[in-house]
Design a protein around this ligand. Sequence first.
Ligand code: SAM
Length: 280
Amino acid sequence: MTATLYIIATPIGNLEDMTYRAVRILGEVDLVAAEDTRHSLKLMTHFGISKPLTSYFDHNQQIKGERILNALRQGKSVALISDAGTPCISDPGYQLVRDAVSEGISVVPLPGSCAAVTALSASGMPTDAFTFAGFPPSRQGKRRTFLSSLSNLPGTLVMYEAPHRLLDTLNDIRDLLGERVVVVARELTKIFEEFIRGTVSEVISSVSQTPVRGEVVLLVAPGEVSAAEAEPLEKVLLRLMEDESLSIKDMAKIAAVESGVSRSEAYAEALRLKNSAEPP
Ligand code: SAM
């Protein structure tokens, strides 16, 4: 193994989600850089891995980053892990990766758990486009500015949130983004895994009655397409009709979303266009 920085995802709760490859590479590298060495020592001990560990967290990134880069410059292999999930995703690592890349050091990612993607995959919300926005700011003023800036994005919004701030954030979402569908994905892959789904008002009411504990991903469904943004229904349908594999029902489903009309309206229009296109 030579001068390679491995970015290794680790489980977000369930240790069975550790990959074979992660165990093998952690056992082969010269050095493991971990967000919290005590926490990671437990993980490594569980998998029978014994390797030199060094800490790499938010407040020592500059000094430790330089030392890790020095090890890499000397031809050593280093694995970066965080407390849970994928390093660099709302976790330290980005600066180290950026510096390694700029020095031409090989950076190899080992995929695995990530709370955002895990939550999205079971949310039942659109997955074709989504925005991961990390943690909303904890101060209300900044949080409201942050949420407003996300209000018109297409696709599902995925955020991390602390359980004690969840209710405030949900209230701000209702104020600024309107009555959207939301999902609170809690304690993913753990014993008390739970998905709280509903309109933002329904979820506010549920969370007010039973405060949420543990780790949380908050997902917000895309808003209705505004009339100004929507592509006209006829134009969308004519485009879709060029794809002969699509049924009228499929076309109606897609066109309804793209032009912000109901599925029945899109279906009726698709039928009309199809009939008028067919020779008598
Ligand atoms: N890098 C990590 C990843 O790939 O998911 C995220 C690290 S971030 C510091 C930690 C946040 O991720 C938590 O506060 C929570 O919002 C979310 N999270 C982590 N594990 C989770 C889990 N098991 N269930 C729900 N959310 C989780």
